[in-house]
Design a protein around this ligand. Structure first.
Ligand SMILES: [Zn+2]
Length: 221
């Protein structure tokens, strides 16, 4: 009997989706989710190609990153994922990827302004950027957590992005929102416009609506 079978399947599904959506290629990027009942974390393995990955390849670690069950080492970014769970009680899923338009901001070491309402609702704040630092270390994890604060996404300078959420669905939606707003900003620049970000209080209001009300509702009670 595989530990956290359902959660590993979900992490696997989102890892595949990340690759299908062109947010990461080969074995780039990583995703994890917290099992609140046990405090354990299901996380993608290191250097495993999404094309040949199976749910059994997803690793179960504790919140210090020690392997509890799994046949592979967890991602090199495990210290980043586990620090989120130790530091942020609201976070149930973390995702890191190399989304192409957002990576343009990473290359430029620029924060991503919220220029679209839906992205603002998902993310809630301008997406801050860190300076470059080699990833996979405790120091890098501290830098990312300090930069993201109580927020939901950050640009990893000259590397990619990280997003978190209460669950995998929200962490993934936030990743897409970061990429959408980065792309829209660049297209607007191609129109010769320097688009103004939405006011921060509007972003905060939209985000609180999204956190509290954005969920599927059955048509009939
Ligand atoms: Zn990366």
């Amino acid at each position: 009997m595989m530990l956290l079978a359902e959660l590993r399947q979900q992490v696997f599904n989102y890892a595949r989706q990340m690759a299908t959506d062109g947010l990461a290629h080969g074995s780039q990027g990583n995703i994890s989710a917290l099992d609140r009942a046990t405090g354990l974390v299901a996380i993608t393995p290191s250097a495993a190609d999404y094309a040949t990955m199976t749910p059994e390849d997803i690793v179960v670690v504790d919140q210090e990153g020690a392997i509890v069950e799994g046949r592979w080492k967890p991602t090199i970014e495990t210290p980043l994922h586990t620090l989120f769970y130790r530091r942020r009680g609201d976070v149930g899923a973390v995702m890191h990827c190399h989304a192409p338009y957002a990576s343009g901001f990473a290359a430029a070491l620029r924060p991503i302004p919220l220029v679209l309402a839906e992205a603002a609702a998902c993310i809630g704040h301008e997406v801050p950027v860190t300076p470059f630092m080699p990833s996979g270390t405790a120091a890098f994890a501290e830098l990312m957590l300090d930069t993201i604060g109580a927020g939901s996404a950050a640009v990893m300078g000259q590397h990619g992005i990280v997003a978190c959420g209460t669950d995998l669905r929200r962490a993934f939606a936030t990743t897409i929102a970061v990429e959408d707003t980065a792309r829209a900003y660049m297209f607007a620049r191609q129109l010769g416009v320097d688009p103004a970000p939405l006011p921060s209080e509007v972003c905060a209001d939209l985000h609180s609506w999204w956190l509290n009300k954005y969920q599927r509702t059955a048509a009939k009670e």
